[in-house]
Design a protein around this ligand. Structure first.
Ligand code: PA5
Length: 448
């Protein structure tokens, strides 16, 4: 049974239940496109039944492999960008301790998700006196950022352990036959996992792309998949608004978009969910933002950002709505102590758990934002666990596909991502891009 709840009470001040139900036809039609594979981008629907079709064998193989790498690693470096790293990081940071790493589990670090020279230099320096291993993840196998990071980390690890031993510390996760990374992995004999052809990067967290790094962090990938299976089953069984929180979420987004609410803010009150929001931002931004359409996905962490973005959300341009992830049960029980002198004036909440205070902050903020004209959707989860994260991942993946089809865009391509790459390649003088180099340089140096 799924135990994630979507609460719409604070939406109904803006969109009535009746109006929401008018989207049922669109939901049914979007579902048909997905399950009958008749919509745009239909060769990228492998994620739809990925949870239920993932074999225990694959999960066991990944877990066993992770254990053998854990035994020789104080640090595990995940090299990838976009969909090739955000899903893993979202799950790892949501579940792991803020400060300590689990016993017998390496620290997980990331590379290849930008081109910062200082970051990579400091990472290489840090790794000098650490035992480490790494995964290089790229579906296309040709993405510049992870390719640069891998070239440098590969040099480092080979110098540290020698080529033969280094080989056993490198895992490649890429396409089954294409791309530079595949060729390199084959010629070097790295252990490799395949990113399925029909699963795009941002939908790939439940493939080895996410599962290997997640297992390396000591997280139970069987339970993650079990949670996703529950949401997959619900989604397939109820392909309409009534009784299906995913369909309700997609319909609510569409109703709000049509009312000019063009920005969705994902809100959390648990800093551990920061990267979950980052994953969600990529999923929705890359899937919906095309043909001059789409809801702009943003994220905040409260109460931190109430002291920075709170003013705008309360009072700025009224093109916003919020989706709050509300966690019912924290892991710990921490209470505010009584003080003899009540100089800080906190005795009125002495004895209360911090989570009670956090909840009142959440409820108070929701009401204030609703009063300020910001519709609120609330996703209530009982706890942050593997099972619940699995449910949430599938919830948002299917919600995104439904939203994309309702918006009449292809939710599975990302043509816009190429524009910056072409310019960067031309400016760097890459073969095949020379024609644009002079023009771009001139534009950069034009004086007004
Ligand atoms: O969702 C996507 O397809 C992209 O965000 C990719 O994940 C990202 O660009 C990285 O691509 P690759 O895995 O090919 O290196």
């Amino acid at each position: 049974m799924i135990n994630l709840k979507l609460e719409l009470d604070q939406l109904y001040h803006f969109v009535s239940k009746e109006e929401l139900n008018t989207f049922d036809r669109q939901i049914i039609s979007a579902y048909r496109k997905i399950y009958n594979k008749t919509g745009a981008g239909n060769d990228f629907l492998g994620w739809v039944d990925l949870p239920s079709s993932t074999s225990d064998e694959l999960l066991d193989q990944i877990s066993t492999h992770a254990k053998s790498l854990q035994a020789k690693s104080e640090v595990f470096v995940v090299i990838g960008i976009g969909g090739s790293y955000l899903g893993a990081r979202a799950v790892i940071e949501s579940l792991n301790s803020y400060f300590a790493t689990k016993k017998d589990t390496p620290q997980i670090l990331y590379a290849g998700h930008h081109i910062s020279e200082d970051y990579l230099a400091e990472l290489l320096d840090y790794l000098n006196d650490k035992d480490y291993s790494m995964a290089v993840i790229s579906k296309s196998g040709t993405t510049t950022e992870p390719a640069i990071a891998f070239r440098m980390l590969r040099n480092h690890i080979e110098q540290k352990y020698g080529v033969e031993k280094a080989r056993k510390r490198i895992v490649a996760i890429t396409d089954k036959s294409r791309g530079a990374l595949k060729q390199l992995a084959d010629s070097e004999g790295y252990t490799s996992y395949v990113v399925p052809d029909d699963v795009g990067g941002r939908y790939s967290v439940l493939t080895p792309v996410g599962l290997l790094p997640i297992a390396m962090a000591g997280i139970n990938i069987h339970e993650l998949i079990t949670g996703a299976c529950k949401m997959e089953a619900m989604s397939r069984a109820v392909q309409k608004i009534h009784g299906n929180p995913i369909a309700q979420y997609a319909a609510a987004r569409q109703a709000l978009y049509q009312r000019g609410k063009t920005n969705e803010i994902m809100v959390n009150y648990e800093p551990k969910l920061f990267y979950f929001s980052e994953w969600w931002k990529q999923l929705y931004g890359e899937s919906e933002g095309k043909d001059q359409k789409g809801i702009f996905p943003a994220a905040v962490g409260f109460t931190t950002d109430l002291h920075s973005m709170g003013q705008y959300i309360q009072d700025g341009l009224r093109n916003l709505f919020e989706t709050v992830i509300s966690v019912e049960k924290p892991k710990h029980d921490l209470r505010i102590p009584q003080a003899d002198s009540d100089l800080d004036q906190l005795n009125y909440i002495a004895g209360k758990r911090l989570s009670d205070v956090n909840l009142m902050a959440e409820l108070g903020t929701t009401l204030a934002h609703v009063d300020g004209g910001v519709p609120n959707l609330r996703i209530r989860i009982p706890e942050i666990s593997e099972d619940v994260l699995g449910q949430l991942i599938y919830f948002f993946e299917m919600g995104c596909a439904l939203s994309g089809y309702m918006l009449e865009v292809n939710p599975f391509d990302q043509p816009g991502v190429e524009a910056y790459k072409k310019n960067m390649f031309a400016l760097l003088g890459k073969k095949g891009f020379e024609n644009q180099t002079a023009e771009l340089q001139q534009r950069l140096h034009q004086k007004k």
